[in-house]
Write a new protein. Structure first.
Length: 203
């Protein structure tokens, strides 16, 4: 998993509440578990018209938001089903941080496990960042995880809270598999003791 330290990039405004995981990545794209190849399906039903052409009114189809690294959204982002494909699609598109007043718990945890920083902020702060994100080419935010601060294009900053363990995992690029490898010595010791005590399990 790629480390998350400081991210500076274009922020795209998505002033919608209750954006569920089927809106983020519709069910027809859930045909792979490779974690790649989902960028095209991100917000598919809003990004594309029925004839397959792009919807020019959707934010991610407008320059400079085509290269957005940050998404500023409304309350209860990521609700609905628990599909991990939702953060995969965001990550494949290039989005490493989602800012919202609240998130669905499973989506929030799936983001952490995939190197995306979900930031919860009071609605007033989100509204200000949403306004910053609406500046087009000037919609650049800096998210500093180490110091837990988001800085807007005018230099104003807002602090955010994050669970210490989540912060440790993101800063060091540690996903669930890496967490297991951190315990490799203890696992090896356990297996050695078990083989000695219960050799028939390994015959």
């Amino acid at each position: 998993m790629e480390k998350f330290t400081t991210l500076t990039g274009v922020a795209a405004p998505l002033p919608m509440i209750n954006v569920d995981t089927d809106m983020i990545i519709p069910k027809q794209f859930l045909k792979s578990i490779k974690r790649t190849g989902f960028a095209e399906g991100l917000f598919f039903e809003m990004r594309y018209r029925e004839d397959g052409s792009e919807n020019p009114d959707f934010v991610l189809n407008r320059p400079p938001y085509r290269k957005a690294r940050i998404l500023v959204a409304g309350t209860n982002f990521g609700c609905g089903s628990s599909r991990e494909h939702a953060p995969w699609a965001l990550l494949n598109f290039g989005i490493r941080c989602v800012i919202a007043p609240s998130f669905a718990d499973i989506f929030y945890n799936n983001c952490i496990k995939n190197g995306i920083l979900p930031v919860r902020l009071p609605e007033d702060d989100v509204d200000r960042l949403m306004d910053d994100a609406g500046r087009g080419a000037n919609a650049t935010l800096t998210v500093d995880l180490e110091n837990q601060v988001i800085t807007g294009p005018d230099g104003a900053s807002v602090a955010f809270d994050v669970d210490p363990f989540d912060k440790h995992c993101l800063l060091n690029g540690i996903d669930d598999i890496a967490q297991t490898f951190e315990k490799a010595e203890k696992i090896d010791d356990f297996e050695a003791r078990q083989k000695e005590a219960q050799p028939w399990l390994y015959s």
